[in-house]
Design a protein around this ligand. Structure first.
Ligand code: AMP
Ligand code: GLY
Length: 444
């Protein structure tokens, strides 16, 4: 997002970044840079307040500050408009509320689900009996989801994270001790990410992307923030039809209109609908609604957005967003991550220093074909150190997914050091073909 703003041709952009760490890209390109490891809204807003006279708007990326109401607090404190939803519309905050909201607006988008609230049961035994009954109904094929931000084991899927009821129960209880847990039907199909920009009045859909959530090749291992992603030259994906994409837009629009009311709801600014869909035999179903840009997915889109991103932000604030043009290019994002990421290794053995020089030089020679974006990377005494989350990604941009993938892989391989690794099957021909075949078989 910082890069997209800086590439504005119409404005001379000055960046003020409140960051989790000394991210080398942000440090290098900002006029002022401040570190708030937890991005606590109070601290972050104090920083912006200090620079209030020079700031036109504030763009928020990650979910925690949005959920904690950074916009509500920040606009009061600084008077600067924020491009993100208010706390009331951070749908991401509760998986239970999401399911209940969908039940009201578009129940066909929900899998069969049941909410287990600790206050509804007098003992763990009683909960267990009820859970067993529900598993009977689902034929055991269930997904366990904590209501809020994950403190237990997060989302667990039958057949992947547990293979029998006792294991499922253990997963369930690790979350249930902190609050409500949703137990829902395991959906079979292909996943995609739908994102739309919003000015509170209108919803403007962006091209579809495919995220690779699982840590390891062949979609195995634990869920991660996303190991990589792709976008086709079209607005939809190779295993979808244009109709599928429009159907997604249509249902998200219904959700939006329900929340918006009649004219405009200024609570819904920015990217309040980043919806993970599962394309099943009986149509699309919603896995999850997020109220922020998807990472890596937004990096598939911003580099090929034809509109000036600063103008897009101004029209979001002004309520004049009409449409957004995205270049008909395919893009592929591949992340390099630390050895411990996704539970691959127990300990970070090896040098944490990461050298971006070669990758950045390569990107410099491939203008508009390769971008290198550091993530959880810390600049210290002129050297970059990998932290524990996703370290750096390469975005390849080309006419076809295959070509974009080659460029992305060339870029990520030019990132040296840090004992980093990546998933080598992101957007591979085999992976995509498998999605196409599976979708065909499901729909037959
Ligand atoms: P979430 O955090 O809800 O997006 O879930 C993370 C991942 O868990 C998704 O990307 C899916 O791979 C998987 N998942 C979540 N819900 C379901 C479901 N009902 N059926 C199958 N897989 C699911
Ligand atoms: N790509 C997954 C996420 O942003 O939550």
């Amino acid at each position: 997002m910082a890069d997209a703003l800086l590439r504005s041709l119409r404005y001379r952009v000055e960046l003020y970044v409140a960051d989790r760490m000394r991210n080398p890209f942000n440090v290098k390109h900002s006029r002022e840079h401040a570190v708030y490891p937890n991005l606590d809204p109070e601290g972050v807003c104090t920083f912006f307040e200090k620079h209030r006279s020079r700031i036109d708007f504030i763009l928020v990326g990650p979910e925690e500050p949005i959920i904690r109401g950074i916009r509500d607090l920040g606009e009061k404190k600084t008077g600067i408009p924020f491009v993100c939803p208010t706390k009331a519309f951070a749908l991401e905050a509760s998986k239970v509320s999401q399911r209940l909201l969908l039940e009201q607006v578009a129940p066909e988008l929900n899998p069969r689900f049941k909410v287990f609230r600790p206050e509804d049961f007098s003992s763990v035994d009683e909960t267990k009996r009820e859970l067993w009954k529900w598993l009977d109904e689902l034929g055991n094929e269930a997904v366990v989801k904590p209501d809020g931000a994950t403190r237990g084991k997060g989302v667990g899927v039958w057949g992947d994270h547990f293979n029998n009821r006792e294991e499922l129960l253990e997963h369930f209880l690790s979350n249930y001790q902190f609050g409500p847990v949703v137990v829902e039907e395991k959906l079979v199909g292909e996943e995609s990410s739908f994102m739309a920009l919003c000015d509170g009045r209108r919803l403007v859909p962006l091209p579809e992307t495919r995220d690779y959530k699982r840590a390891f090749e062949g979609d195995r291992g634990p869920n991660t923030g996303g190991m990589g992603s792709y976008k086709d030259a079209n607005d939809w994906l190779p295993f979808m039809s244009e109709h599928d994409w429009q159907q997604e837009f249509h249902v998200v629009k219904r959700l939006f209109e329900h929340l918006r009311g009649r004219t405009r709801n200024e609570g819904l600014l920015g990217l309040p609908f980043y919806v993970a869909f599962m394309h099943t035999a009986v149509g699309p179903k919603i896995l999850e609604v997020n109220s922020r840009p998807g990472d890596p997915e937004v990096q598939n889109i911003l580099p090929v957005m034809k509109d000036d991103f600063v103008d897009v932000c101004f029209s979001i604030i002004g309520g004049t967003l009409n449409r957004v043009d995205v270049d008909k290019k395919a893009t592929v994002v591949v992340y390099k991550v630390p050895p411990t990421y996704g539970g691959r290794a127990r300990e970070y053995v090896g040098d944490r220093r990461v050298d971006l020089a070669e990758a950045e030089a390569l990107a410099g020679g491939k203008v508009d074909r390769l971008r290198i974006y550091p993530g959880a990377l810390e600049l210290k005494n002129d050297e970059n150190y990998a932290l524990s989350s996703r370290t750096v990604c390469a975005v390849g941009i080309a006419d076809s997914i295959e070509e974009a993938r080659d460029i992305s892989l060339e870029g990520i391989n030019a990132v040296k050091g840090g004992s980093l690794w990546y998933r080598s099957d992101i957007a591979s021909r085999e992976h995509i073909q498998r999605s196409i075949d599976r979708m065909r078989a499901l729909r037959r």
